[in-house]
Structure formats: structure tokens, C-alpha cells
Ligand binder design. Structure first.
Ligand code: GDP
Ligand code: ZN
Length: 360
């Protein structure tokens, strides 16, 4: 078994040197089941769990192993490993946790291409598409748009043209798992040893797409509910699969509401609005009714859809909220560090000063 097949390369090999010296082996996380991990290494498929130290150090969920991560592991028997460290991520798709906490949750890591999946029937929504594009861009992952269920709508080609017009530099595919339309085109995109992640709401056909691309039923899909045709959601965990051509494909559970955690200039998904905004008379123009507003001028001239400005404004507001969350998180982190140092110090005193104590 060679780990090169799973995306291991020379850069990672160099990063791994200090761990190799400790007798650890590289492994890639292929699935996460709460505290248990499914991993793949030169020893084959196995399971893994974090060492007590890693658990302790990985104070935040985002620091714990996620699907797609490369980790440094110590095999303790034929099939079980202890995970000592998570290797630096080349990319990291993350969102805010749904329970209202300020923590980030890693959806998938070390991803090369993100398939943004939207169903033409019951799910088609341009502002949401913008959010997913920003989500991919802020993670440094190249986006590809896949519009599914083309067989269920009459105006599929028109909708694809609309998406292409809004995002001229992103590849857009129109597919149907039922008729097979567009599947070959998507398959041609897949390169061996590269990692792809499918994201989108639940029921849009992500697992179906994976099954069709792989030619087998890798992921169980739900039956469509008669009433809304949106399909019941069955994907309960994130999992990475190896497709017959050697590409790696991560299926993620549906993201009901994508709350962006990290914003990076809105990820280039509003290049049109941003370009106009730079021409506004005032640098802090809110594009409401200020004099010399190039955005409003474009709307009046019919060059920019008013809805684009509305979703741009919404994303801007979210970006602001995100920044305050980051500040909160930093504060939370330093509080936790102080608390931890105090615990260390107590140990130190209790141990008669023998234990090493350092302020982290
Ligand atoms: P996921 O939650 O995004 O993984 O969605 P699934 O792959 O489980 O699909 C949800 C439902 O939509 C299933 O019942 C699929 O059979 C159905 N579905 C998926 N793709 C298509 C398609 O291209 N056309 C039609 N008509 N139904 C589809
Ligand atoms: Zn303006």
C-alpha cells in the first residue's frame, strides 16, 4: 500500500521528518465518527484515536483531526493507531458550528477542488451559490459548480447560462443522475490523487453524484419524499472515497445553513460589485443613496441586478459579524491558556516543584 495514492508528496514528506524520527508513520483521515477516526496508511485501512496530549492541546474542534487531514500516527496493533499530531493543512474548508458557538468546524481539509452542488429543482438559489463560492475561496480551494437534477426542470440550460454569466471564471456543470446528462464532463474533471469535496444542502444529490461517478453504491442515498421532491437526508458523517480513476472524493453531510467562519474579501465572488464600489466617490460608500455611487448608477443603468447588491450587503454584514466572532475566539483562547497555566502551576506546587512548569 502506497500513501502516494492518497496525495502524499515531497513537501509533506519533509514536514513529516521530525515525526518520522520519533517512529511515527503518516496516515490520512478518511472518516470521522465523533472521537474515532478511520485512517489509511502504508499499513492499510485502520482506526485511530487521539493521544491524551493531542486531545488536550486541540482545545478547539478545528485543531482536531478532520476528514482529509494528514496525521502522525503510532500503530499499536495491526489496525489501530494513536494519532499524535495533525500536519499543516494546505487548505481547510471550515464553517461556523451550528450550535451557536463561536468555534469553527472543519468540513474537510487538504482539498484541491470543491464541488458546489445545487439542485435545479427546489434548491436553486444564486445568493446561496455566492456564499458557497466565498466559502471555497476563503479556504483556498478552487470552486466548481455542479447543478443537479437537470431532468426535473424544463429551463435547465437557461439556469446554467445564468450561473455562467454571474460567475464567468468558474466551471459550471449541468448534470442528471437519472438521464446521465453531464456526468462524463464531471468525470473528465477528476484527476488522480487530487482531493475533491462535494458541498451543498442536503438532498441535492451529492451522494448520488458520488455513486454515479464511482459506478458503485459507495454512499447510501435517500428516497425522494413525494411531497417536496427534495429527498431525505442520509449522509450522517463526512467520508473520503477513492474513485476508480484514483481521485479522492469527500462527501459531506448537507450544510443546512452555511455560516461562514472566515472571510477573505468575500472570496472574489462579488468581483462585479466590488469593482463598481471602487469607483464610488466616497471610500466608505454604503451604496444606498450617496452622491457619486457607481453601484447605484450601474443598477439604474440596468448593468447590475439589484439583488446582487442585496446579497453583497448581506455578506458584508456577515463579514463584520465574523470579525467580532474571531476577536471573541481569541479572547476565549487566551482565557483558556491562563486557566491551563494555572492548572500546570498547581501541579507544579503539588509536585514539590519537580514538574516542569512553563507559561504557554
Ligand atoms: P445528498 O443529501 O446531497 O447526498 O442527496 P442524495 O444523493 O441522497 O439525493 C437525494 C435524492 O435526490 C435521492 O432520492 C436521489 O435519488 C435524488 N436525486 C439525486 N440526483 C438526482 C437527479 O439528477 N435527478 C433526480 N430526478 N433525482 C436525483
Ligand atoms: Zn457606492
Amino acid at each position: 500500500m502506497t500513501i502516494l495514492k492518497f496525495g502524499w508528496n515531497e513537501i509533506r514528506s519533509r514536514q513529516f521528518e521530525p515525526y518520522a524520527k520519533q517512529g511515527l508513520i503518516p496516515a490520512r483521515v478518511t472518516a470521522v465518527f465523533s472521537w474515532q477516526y478511520e485512517i489509511i496508511s502504508s499499513l492499510g485501512k485502520g482506526s485511530g484515536e487521539m493521544t491524551g496530549k493531542l486531545r488536550y492541546d486541540a482545545l478547539y474542534a478545528a485543531k482536531r483531526p478532520a476528514v482529509g487531514d494528514w496525521v502522525a500516527a503510532r500503530p499499536i496493533n495491526d489496525s489501530h493507531c494513536l494519532i499524535h499530531a495533525v500536519l499543516p493543512r494546505t487548505s481547510c474548508l471550515q464553517r461556523q458550528k451550528v450550535d451557536g458557538d463561536v468555534e469553527a468546524q472543519v468540513v474537510a481539509s487538504n482539498v484541491d477542488v470543491c464541488f458546489i452542488v445545487q439542485a435545479l429543482q427546489g434548491d436553486f438559489n444564486l445568493p446561496r451559490l455566492d456564499r458557497y463560492i466565498a466559502f471555497a475561496a476563503s479556504a483556498l480551494v478552487a470552486p466548481v459548480i455542479v447543478l443537479t437534477k437537470a431532468d426535473l426542470v424544463d429551463e435547465a440550460e437557461e439556469l446554467r447560462a445564468l450561473v455562467c454569466m454571474t460567475h464567468p471564471d468558474i466551471p459550471v456543470f449541468l448534470v442528471s443522475a437519472v438521464t446521465g446528462t453531464g456526468i462524463e464532463e464531471v468525470r473528465e474533471q477528476l484527476e488522480p490523487y487530487k482531493t475533491y469535496a462535494a458541498v451543498g444542502s442536503s438532498g441535492v444529490g451529492k451522494s448520488t453524484l458520488l455513486n454515479v461517478l464511482s459506478g458503485t453504491e459507495l454512499m447510501k442515498t435517500a428516497q425522494v419524499r413525494e411531497d417536496d421532491m427534495r429527498g431525505r437526508h442520509t449522509t450522517t458523517h463526512r467520508q473520503m472515497f477513492c474513485l476508480p480513476n484514483g481521485s479522492l472524493y469527500i462527501d459531506t453531510p448537507g450544510i443546512r445553513e452555511l455560516a461562514l467562519f472566515e472571510h477573505d474579501g468575500l472570496g472574489g465572488s462579488f468581483r462585479d460589485v466590488e469593482g463598481l464600489a471602487r469607483q464610488c466617490k466616497f471610500r466608505d460608500c454604503q451604496h444606498m443613496n450617496e452622491p457619486g455611487c457607481a453601484v447605484q448608477r450601474a443598477i439604474k443603468a440596468g448593468e447590475l441586478d439589484e439583488k446582487r447588491l442585496a446579497s453583497f450587503a448581506k455578506m458584508k454584514r456577515e463579514e463584520g459579524a465574523c470579525q467580532s466572532k474571531q476577536i471573541l475566539l481569541t479572547k476565549k483562547a487566551s482565557k483558556a491558556k491562563i486557566k491551563r497555566s494555572t492548572v500546570h502551576y498547581k501541579d507544579y506546587v503539588r509536585g514539590g516543584g519537580n514538574k516542569s512548569w512553563k507559561l504557554e
